[in-house]
Design a protein around this ligand. Structure first.
Ligand SMILES: NC(=O)C[C@H]([NH3+])C(=O)NS(=O)(=O)OC[C@H]1O[C@@H](n2cnc3c(N)ncnc32)[C@H](O)[C@@H]1O
Ligand SMILES: [Mg+2]
Length: 432
């Protein structure tokens, strides 16, 4: 018995063909001795018609009250039916219930916390399947970009002994009686690996103990991070725009139908497929915001609201560069031509989404880096190994981190970052 995917059988070339499908009951109704069973699988939903005249009243009566998400197998003939989802249906010649489902707890209209408590079942929605497919292509395209451009994939540790992005968002771990932390970013270890392979990248989970719950922050997220020896900030910004535009092109090619089904305005995504992306300095960003009446002064960080306003000025992702040194991490290289700013960049996605990438050039001088570690109240002993990288053949180098969920949220046009993960983690949510 060959079982076809539902999407495979729903086309005009299959009209009249005898096929078998299998999946889970998504919707059902019984009218006049016929059961109309909407079966879903990973590829779509098809209406299966079970006629009591052919398959018996007993089965139709059982299907009248069959539980949603019961698993079934059906064989029959494909025919056109404009009233059915996708315009086709299967006239069943055999129909088997393989797994009963009593009182599936999600019937529609439930509140968010209830749905999150039942996330292990809520993820079965066809909408979420489309989001997972978009994210799959985001990741596939990311890997494809790096592999086809001579970058080496490496595996930095997730258990670490020091902060990369500040102590406020560390998750401590008891590591055989020693204090350790879940990684906030693979960056520091990637900086060690560039002396081995020059151009390296990793895809790792990163952890941030974010105190507030917002639409774009998670406690655990997937982090796509390249690091390269000899690269300047501009070199790395070019990598960022090549990467993101490649991802957008591949998603537009491979996932167009899913994007449309998710309600994504494709026309507004298209400009991102073509680099280069605009670049503005932090100074210009502050000027734009002040002209729009935002109460911001030089030296203030750009929060979600400021980023949202800025993004309305651009139809593509755009870089903001040369931030004040006091709002960026210790490792950022100070601009030799202006000691008040660092060679850092963020890439902001348009349409109100904001930061999807943070990166920059790293401080490659031992003494300057040591001073910055002390300046930011960190213990140089915790960073002895990191400082060693500046003792032995130090090189100019740069890197960045792309938040995979942030990027997916923008590309798919979603309202909340939690919709990009099967089991999102944020303050107050660890179950299921
Ligand atoms: N290799 C590097 O240079 C990366 C660097 N050490 C770093 O972690 N920068 S970042 O803190 O801006 O985070 C990078 C990106 O990681 C994403 N990010 C950062 N924090 C979050 C949270 N809390 N939730 C979801 N996504 C997050 C967001 O897209 C940021 O632009
Ligand atoms: Mg950042």
């Amino acid at each position: 018995m060959e079982y076809r995917s539902i999407a495979d059988v729903m086309n005009k070339d299959m009209i009249g063909a005898h096929v078998c499908i299998r999946g889970w009951i998504y919707r059902r109704s019984v009218v006049g001795g016929k059961a109309f069973i909407r079966v879903r699988d990973s590829s779509g939903v098809i209406q299966v018609v079970v006629d009591s005249g052919r398959l018996g009243e007993e089965l139709v009566n059982e299907l009248k009250n069959i539980g949603l998400e019961a698993s079934v197998m059906a064989c029959g003939t494909v025919r056109e039916e404009p009233r059915a989802p996708g315009g086709y249906e299967l006239e069943a010649e055999s129909f088997k219930i393989t797994g009963y489902s009593r009182d599936f707890p999600i019937k529609g209209g439930e509140g968010l916390e209830y749905l999150l408590d039942n996330r292990h079942l809520w993820i079965r929605s066809p909408r979420f399947a489309k989001i997972l497919k978009v994210k799959h292509t985001v990741l596939e395209a990311g890997r494809e970009y790096f592999t086809s451009n001579g970058w080496w994939e490496v595996n930095p540790p997730i258990l670490t002994a020091s902060a990369c992005e500040g102590g406020a968002t560390l998750f401590p771990v008891d590591y055989f009686g020693q204090k350790a932390y879940l990684s906030q970013s693979a960056q520091l270890y990637l900086e060690a690996l560039i002396y081995v392979l020059e151009k390296v990248w990793s895809l790792t989970p990163s952890f941030r103990a974010e105190r507030s719950r917002t639409r774009r922050h998670l406690a655990e997220y997937w982090h796509l991070e390249p690091e390269a020896a000899w690269y300047t900030m501009e070199d790395m910004m070019r990598v960022a725009e090549e990467l993101v535009s490649h991802i957008v092109r591949r998603v537009l090619e491979e996932r167009r139908g899913d994007l449309i089904d998710l309600g994504r305005n494709i026309e507004r995504l298209k400009p991102a497929a073509e680099p280069p992306y605009p670049r503005i300095r932090y100074d210009e960003a502050v000027e734009i915001l002040q002209k729009k009446g935002v109460n911001i002064k030089w030296g203030d960080d750009l929060g979600a609201d400021e980023e949202r306003i800025l993004t309305m000025e651009f139809e593509k992702p755009f870089f903001v560069t040369h931030f004040p040194r006091q709002i960026k991490s210790f490792y950022m290289k100070v601009d030799p031509s202006n000691p008040n700013v660092v060679l850092g960049f963020d890439l902001l996605a348009p349409e109100g989404y904001g930061e999807i990438i943070g990166g920059g050039e790293r401080e490659d001088n031992y003494d300057v880096l040591y001073q910055k570690i002390v300046e930011q109240g960190l213990n140089p002993d915790d960073y002895k190994w990191y400082l060693d990288l500046r003792r032995y053949g130090s090189v100019p180098h740069s890197g960045f981190g792309l938040g995979v969920e942030r990027a997916t949220m923008w590309i798919a046009g979603l309202d909340h970052i939690r919709d990009t993960l099967p089991f999102p983690r944020f303050r107050g949510r660890i179950y299921p």
